[in-house]
Design a protein around this ligand. Structure first.
Ligand code: NAP
Length: 382
C-alpha cells in the first residue's frame, strides 16, 4: 500500500516535471492566466504585468465611454443670489443647461427672459429639493455668504435623507479663504465643494468671457479633501491624478461611483467656463487671497479713493486720465457690500492699506523735500 502511494506520488511528480519542462515550447497566449505556470518567476511577472496593463486599458475605455454618456446630459444649475453677478453668470449658463435662480428680491421676469426658472428665496426648500439639481452656485454678497450657507444646510440635509444626493456646491466669492472655510465648516460631508472666482464681471466682460481669467480650487470630492497646493492636473502625464491633504495620491477613476460621478460633475461645470473661452487657473484659495489683496483690493481701494475726489471728464483728457475715470466707473458700479467684503474677509487687506499709506507719505515726502521743507513742516503736512 505504502509502495503504491509512493509510486503514485512519484508519477505525479514526474508528470508535473514534464509539464513544466514543455510549457515554454507551447507558450500560452499573453491573456491566458495559465501563464503563471512558467518556470521563470521573472517571465511570469512580465506576463502578469502585460495582462494588468491590458485590463486597465480596457477599464479606461469603458470609463471614458461612461463619462461621454454622463456628459451628454446637460447640467441643471441653481444660483442663489440672482443679483448683478448671479444674473450675469446665469445668462451664460442657460446656453449650456437649465438654470434655476433664487434671491431675496423678485427676479421672475429677468429669469424668464433668459429662459431660467425662478423660485423666491423664501422657498429655499423647494429650490434645494429640485429634482435634477446638479450644481448650486452661491452668488450672494460676501457679507451675507455664511448666513446663506447656514440657511441652506437643513434643506441639503433633507435632500440627502430623501434623495440620497447633494448637488455640487460652488461659490464665486471674490475672497476665497473665507468661502472655503465656511463651506467646509457648515456643509454636510457628502456635499462636493468647488471654490471659484471669476476674475471678471458684468462691466469688464460685458461682451464676452473670452480670455477672462477663471480661478478655481477643487476643494472636496466624495468626502476627500483635496490638497489645494497640488490640485488636479488634467494636462499632466498623470492625467486624473491628485493628492489629498494627507499627501495620498488618488486617481480620478477610483473604485467609487460617487467619486467618478463627482469628478465628472465638476469637470462638466468647469467646461462651461472653458467653452466660453476663459483662461482657467487652478489655484489654492490661500494663494488667491495673497495675490488679490495686492491686485483686486488695491484696484477697488484706489477706485473708491479717486471717486471721493469727484473727478470729472474734461474736453482735454489724456489717455491716462480716461483710464482713471474708467477705473472709478467700474469699481463704483460694484456694490459697497462687495468692497467691504474684499476688505473684511481677506486677511491681507489691512496690510495693503498700511503699505498704500506709507507709499503715499513717501511720495509726498519726496516732493516736500524738493521744496526744501523742514522735517517738522514735512511731518505736519503728512
Ligand atoms: P453683491 O452686492 O456682492 O451681492 C448681491 C447679491 O447678494 C444679490 O443677489 C443679493 O440678493 C444678495 N444678498 C445681499 N444681501 C443678502 C442677504 N442678507 N441675504 C441673502 N442674499 C443677499 O454684488 P454682486 O456683484 O452681485 O456679487 C455677488 C457675488 O459675486 C459676491 O460674492 C462677489 O464677490 C461675487 N463676484 C462678483 C463679481 C462682480 O464683478 N460683481 C465678480 C466675481 C465675483 P438680492 O438682489 O435678491 O437682494
Amino acid at each position: 500500500m505504502m509502495n503504491q502511494q509512493r509510486c503514485s506520488n512519484f508519477l505525479v511528480f514526474l508528470l508535473s516535471f514534464i509539464l513544466i519542462s514543455v510549457t515554454p515550447f507551447f507558450a500560452p497566449d499573453s491573456s491566458d492566466v495559465s501563464a503563471t505556470m512558467t518556470p521563470s518567476p521573472a517571465g511570469e511577472l512580465e506576463k502578469l504585468k502585460q495582462e494588468e496593463a491590458r485590463l486597465s486599458s480596457l477599464l479606461a475605455q469603458v470609463r471614458q465611454q461612461k463619462l461621454s454618456v454622463l456628459q451628454s446630459r446637460p447640467l441643471t444649475i441653481g444660483i442663489i443670489g440672482f443679483g448683478r453677478f448671479g444674473q450675469f453668470i446665469g445668462k451664460s449658463f442657460s446656453k449650456y443647461g437649465n438654470v434655476i435662480g433664487t434671491s431675496r428680491s423678485d427676479y421672475t421676469k429677468i429669469a424668464s427672459e433668459m429662459g431660467a426658472k425662478y423660485i423666491p428665496l423664501s422657498n429655499l426648500e423647494e429650490f434645494a429639493m429640485e429634482e435634477d439639481m446638479d450644481v448650486i452656485v452661491i452668488a450672494v454678497s460676501i457679507v451675507s455668504f455664511e448666513d446663506t450657507v447656514k440657511d441652506l444646510v437643513p434643506h441639503l440635509q433633507k435632500r440627502l435623507e430623501e434623495k440620497g444626493s447633494c448637488p455640487l456646491i460652488v461659490d464665486v466669492l471674490s475672497v476665497k479663504e473665507h468661502a472655503r472655510n465656511v463651506l467646509l465648516n457648515h456643509l454636510p460631508q457628502e456635499c462636493d465643494i468647488l471654490c471659484t472666482h471669476p476674475m471678471f464681471g458684468p462691466d469688464s466682460a460685458k461682451h464676452s468671457w473670452q480670455g477672462q481669467t477663471f480661478v478655481y480650487e477643487r476643494t472636496r470630492i466624495d468626502g476627500v479633501l483635496l490638497d489645494p497646493t497640488k490640485g488636479y492636473d488634467s494636462n499632466s502625464d498623470n492625467e486624473g491624478q491628485f493628492v489629498d491633504d494627507q499627501g495620498n495620491s488618488h486617481s480620478a477613476h477610483e473604485n467609487s461611483e460617487a467619486h467618478v460621478e463627482g469628478m465628472d460633475r465638476i469637470e462638466r461645470f468647469l467646461s462651461i467656463w472653458e467653452e466660453e473661452g476663459c483662461n482657467m487657473i487652478s489655484l489654492s484659495c490661500k494663494s488667491h487671497d495673497e495675490f488679490t489683496a495686492n491686485s483686486q483690493f488695491v484696484t477697488h481701494l484706489m477706485g473708491r479713493i479717486l471717486e471721493g475726489q469727484g473727478l470729472q471728464a474734461t474736453p482735454i483728457d489724456t489717455k491716462g486720465f480716461q483710464s482713471v475715470l474708467r477705473l472709478i466707473e467700474t469699481t463704483s458700479a460694484d456694490s459697497f457690500d462687495l468692497f467691504y467684503g474684499l476688505y473684511k474677509f481677506n486677511r491681507n487687506s489691512k496690510e495693503t492699506i498700511t503699505r498704500l499709506k506709507e507709499a503715499m507719505n513717501e511720495v509726498v515726502g519726496k516732493l516736500l523735500k524738493m521744496e526744501g521743507e523742514s522735517e517738522e513742516q514735512l511731518n505736519s503736512c503728512l
